[in-house]
Design a protein around this ligand. Structure first.
Ligand SMILES: [Zn+2]
Length: 454
């Protein structure tokens, strides 16, 4: 194909966009990948995406022609209402992509698949995979084969000719079910595997439903909210049963964070707590913290949740100036410290293990520069914890609180940078001792002449 023709085609594609109105669902199971990366890998140039954070059965799908679902987590089943809603959307002309694999424990998506006439199985797909009637090159990260009903057409099969991706018409719409291993995973969106054929396939099926491209389709946010003290709790039908417990953990943790830091959260921070349908972590955008509902096997285990809530909330205490080097370690250290105040034995263990891991790299913490670009994670985290513990031992009690109070007083909100030199200057003033030599003895390349906070 000539370059000029390619350009013409690209222009045509751009002028015709968006042809696909997709919604990626993160209400059944949250992942950063589904929060935008799937779209950027497969639909960036052909469509507009919205996300669904709210209960699926409440979602308006009238102006959507591609719904992307994952098989989900057993903690949040696909509700009968949601399954019926998705089926109706397909019957009305929409296209569904369900990325799903069976397993020893069947995921909730198995119930939706079954409604559409396909069973997920425990049988591992054998490489190499090949497309049945297309010249597609198939990249595959591993997964399980499907057990198809008669209405289904196999698109991709494994070495034993068992289906791995299949499609079926259902009234006016299309259902596609395929192994998760055919699609990208990376939160940085750098693995758009199979995009050369996935994109045209999705476009071909989705565009059988006409959409009003002038009117954006809308995603939805977690539909329930409730005030719990100064906090607005946000959750869905599926995460409701975790919401109250998590809110009470925050209520328990908060006074300890105030005691440890000596300050309230930065102005305007932590107004909202979103309960995320995942076991895998959380995030903080300052005003909102998002907490994984069943993190660390919560509510069966409590310490990991106390640590996570304190970590994510801790970011809102640290702002508006993130800490240099140890912005993440200090958040977890706050969590460990809250756990210790609550006399949870896992807290001490977590601290000791990380310091020991750091000592494997730098036995007395005097040799390895933690700010070096190639500094190992265990060194950075272990040394950070060691420094906080030593500062408390040498300058406590309440050394960390003195530091945060001094930081609030000394560093203007609109200051652009907050470097390690600035940080040591604030620490020095907080404890009334010039700490630059001490930090240098621990291989921090800090220099008082590089900060104006001295
Ligand atoms: Zn963090």
């Amino acid at each position: 194909m000539s370059f000029a023709l390619l350009l013409a085609l690209a222009a045509l594609q751009a002028s015709a966009a968006p042809r696909v109105h997709s919604i990626c669902d993160i209400s059944q199971e949250f992942s950063f990948y589904m929060d935008g990366r799937f779209h950027s890998q497969y639909l960036k140039n052909v469509g507009r995406d919205a996300r669904n954070w709210g209960s699926l059965h409440r979602l308006d799908l009238s102006n959507t022609n591609l719904l992307v679902l994952v098989d989900g987590d057993p903690h949040v089943p696909y509700s009968p209402e949601s399954i019926a809603h998705v089926e109706q959307y397909v019957r009305d002309g929409g296209t569904l992509l369900l990325m799903a694999d069976g397993g020893e424990v069947m995921p909730p998506g198995a119930a939706l698949a079954e409604r559409l006439g396909v069973k997920l199985t425990k049988i591992a797909a054998k490489k190499p995979l090949r497309a049945v009637e297309a010249p597609w090159e198939i990249e595959f990260r591993g997964g399980r084969v499907l057990d198809l009903g008669a209405e289904w057409t196999v698109l991709v099969q494994d070495a034993d000719q068992k289906p791995v991706l299949a499609q079926r018409p259902l009234d006016k719409g299309w259902a596609l079910v395929g192994s998760r291993g055919l699609f990208g995973h990376q939160p940085d969106a750098k693995d758009p595997i199979n995009a050369a054929w996935v994109t045209p396939l999705l476009v071909r099926l989705a565009t059988t439903k006409a959409i009003d491209a002038k009117r954006p389709h809308e995603g939805a946010f977690a539909e329930h909210e409730r005030a719990v003290g100064p906090l607005t709790l946000e959750y869905t039908d599926g995460t409701q049963r975790f919401a109250d417990a998590i809110a009470s953990e925050y209520a328990l943790v908060r006074p300890h964070l105030v005691a440890l830091t000596g300050v309230e959260p930065a102005e305007g921070m932590i107004r909202r707590l979103l309960v995320l349908p995942t076991g895998g972590g959380g995030f903080s955008s300052g005003e909102r913290i998002a907490i994984a509902a069943w993190w660390g096997d919560y509510p069966n285990q409590r310490y990991p949740m106390v640590e996570l809530i304190s970590h994510e909330a801790g970011h809102s205490w640290v702002l508006p100036h993130p800490e240099p080097l140890w912005n993440e370690p200090i958040a977890t250290y706050l969590g460990i410290s809250v756990g210790r105040r609550l006399e949870m034995p896992e807290a001490r263990r977590t601290l000791d293990e990380q310091i020991a891991a750091g000592r494997k790299i730098d036995p007395d913490f005097t040799r390895v520069d933690p700010l070096a670009e190639d500094a190992a994670r265990d060194l950075v985290w272990g040394k950070s914890y060691f420094v906080f513990e030593e500062l408390e031992r040498l300058h406590g009690p309440g050394a960390l609180a003195k530091y945060f109070q001094r930081k609030r007083a000394l560093v203007p909100k609109d200051r652009k940078n907050y470097s390690m030199d600035d940080c040591v200057a604030v620490w020095s003033q907080a404890v009334g001792t010039d700490l630059f030599p001490w930090f240098r003895s621990l291989a921090f390349p800090v220099d008082a002449s590089r900060t104006d906070l001295d």
